[in-house]
Design a protein around this ligand. Structure first.
Ligand code: SF4
Ligand SMILES: [Zn+2]
Length: 163
């Protein structure tokens, strides 16, 4: 199974699944996923091989990890595919990616968008760019810039037909 980079929670010493199982055999993948939990940030990790953060610590010897380490920045997930890009979680809430969504920024409807749970409501977005644009209204973090992601105009442009 491919993954989105070696610096993911699936290889991190702060992940309880790494602490208990090291690297899973293919037959143990589901158990590994179910017990994946960040013991530093206290959050469950539903997609450990597609989730990341700056506190990554390679899990060769998890018993030597620094359990008192200060958390740095937001957790990120792999975003909608435009090349591999990472999008931030909304604190401990994971964005759902590649799901039907109506965009709260531009009202576009798509079967392959992003949703996030916020104040008891599911908010929808058409692209990584519009999700990050909303996210920046909720968080102060210079490391994410909406313009670094593909725009809806690029993503949804009609293929040029024959003349
Ligand atoms: S969220 Fe960060 S610290 Fe926690 S398991 Fe994932 S990479 Fe490691
Ligand atoms: Zn949009």
């Amino acid at each position: 199974m491919p993954n989105g980079g070696p610096d993911c929670c699936g290889n991190c010493s702060h992940n309880r699944a790494v602490q208990e199982m090291a690297h899973p055999h293919p037959s143990d993948r589901e158990k590994f996923r179910l017990i994946s939990f960040c013991t530093l940030r206290q959050v469950a990790l539903s997609h450990p091989f597609w989730t990341y953060c700056e506190n990554f610590s390679y899990g060769k010897k998890p018993e030597t990890r620094n359990v008192d380490e200060a958390v740095v920045g937001s957790i990120t997930s792999s975003g909608l595919y435009e090349g591999y890009v990472r999008i931030p979680w909304h604190d401990a809430v994971e964005p759902r990616v590649s799901v039907p969504a109506g965009c709260m920024i531009c009202q576009r409807q798509t079967d392959v968008g992003i949703t996030i749970l916020h104040d008891g409501h599911d908010l929808g977005f058409c692209t990584n760019q519009h999700y990050v644009r909303w996210w920046l209204t909720q968080h102060v973090d210079d490391s994410f810039k909406a313009e670094n992601y593909e725009s809806p105009e690029e993503r949804f442009k009609e293929p040029e037909g024959p003349r």
